[in-house]
Design a protein around this ligand. Structure first.
Ligand code: PLP
Length: 356
């Protein structure tokens, strides 16, 4: 595959304070930029990170035909960086794109352009434990046309941002609340796609939860407001009576890559795993009868995020608010160990890129 590569004349690397990285504020020197027009993806371009120009009539601004991904590159040594479950991310952006009527991209183009970007910007992958280079691929309708139909032109862009350790001073359990004022997703809607508008619609309920003193909303199903689905940017898991219980996907939950990894790893350890509907009442009952052992979220940003509190209709479950449970901790250590190349990768999740 041919690519047009323009390297920056002035790297911004020396201006980065790798001891004080803020998520999503600083972007590496280069970006991938591929246009879709006349029915196909054009030759990929990798070029210096810079503003892009568009017309006020650009389709995505009006109708929200836009999807994205979130993944990370991990420093292994000066010649190797690891990408995690790249094919799964390609599959998910393809599924998100199909739902939003956006053309999909061949896996080879997705992977080879990312490998090239990593080779150009490998020095932006932070070296410290727990740090990583966050990778944000996104696709949006770029056509200059405000008719309410699927656009005919798109841009696929990938930018990357160095990020610090999610947990700086030990694990920090989050507190969640359900809401009966809002819903995140309905069956047949766009909840299982990583569509930009899903996030836009979730900010108001998240702000309300934060005003009430909770970290995030715990989403229940939209129909009965009864079954647990997921959290703002993570999936959720319950350890009850020795079993790992994870809400099943079924069209309204984002199919998290970390969720999939947690389930596979738990099964490999011989833990009984159930992917099924779990009601919020079942969680409260398990807490009351003493069988609720742990609650944790999973997602690319934090990998594993312990949940210390759940509030629902005036009732509260409080677990140990200071700590992470032993199962969640072992899961965190194992998945991050695989990501950073410190542990064997029995599932073939890691995609090493030779750099330097
Ligand atoms: C709504 C939502 N659920 C779950 C997740 C976790 O998915 P992953 O493990 O692929 O990061 C994310 C983050 O991407 C998300 O935005």
């Amino acid at each position: 595959m041919t690519m047009e590569i323009t390297q920056t004349q002035k790297s911004r690397l020396s201006s980065v304070d790798f001891n004080n990285l803020e998520f999503g504020r600083m972007f590496s020197d280069h970006m991938i930029d591929i246009s879709f027009k006349d029915g196909s993806w054009q030759e990929p371009r990798i070029k210096p990170y810079a503003p892009i120009s568009f017309h006020p009539s650009m389709h995505a601004l009006h109708y929200g035909q836009a999807v994205f991904e979130g993944m990370k590159a991990y420093y292994v040594d000066d010649n190797t960086i690891n990408l995690f479950r790249l094919e799964d991310h390609h599959e998910r952006i393809s599924n998100s794109s199909k739902r939003m009527c956006i053309p999909t991209m061949e896996k080879e183009m997705f992977i080879e352009t990312l490998e090239k970007l990593m080779q150009l910007d490998h020095q932006w992958v932070p070296k410290k434990p727990g740090h990583a280079l966050y990778i944000r691929p996104f696709v949006f309708a770029s056509e200059e046309y405000i008719a309410a139909r699927a656009a005919k032109e798109y841009r696929y862009i990938v930018i990357t941002s160095p990020v610090g350790a999610y947990y700086k001073e030990g694990f920090n359990p989050v507190s969640l609340t359900t809401t009966d004022d809002y819903v995140r997703a309905v069956k047949g809607g766009t909840g299982e796609a990583k569509a930009a508008g899903n996030y836009g619609g979730s900010f108001l309920p998240a702000q309300q939860a934060q005003k009430e003193g909770y970290t995030q909303v715990l989403w229940l199903d939209a129909k009965e407001n009864k079954y647990v689905e997921e959290v703002g940017t993570m999936n959720i898991h319950f350890k009850i009576d020795g079993k790992l219980i994870t809400p099943k996907l079924g069209g309204t939950v984002l199919p998290g890559i970390t969720r999939r990894s947690v389930i596979a790893q738990a099964k490999a350890w011989g833990v009984e795993v159930e992917e099924r509907r779990i009601s919020i009442d079942e969680v409260f009952e398990a807490h009351e009868n003493g069988s609720l052992e742990e609650i944790f979220g999973s997602g690319t940003a934090a990998v594993i995020s312990p949940v210390g509190l759940i509030h629902h209709l005036g009732k509260t479950i409080e677990l140990d608010r200071e700590k992470i449970g032993p199962f969640a901790k072992k899961m965190y250590d194992t998945i991050t160990g695989i990501q950073y190349g410190k542990l064997d990768d029995p599932f073939g999740w890691v995609h090493p890129v030779t750099v330097g």
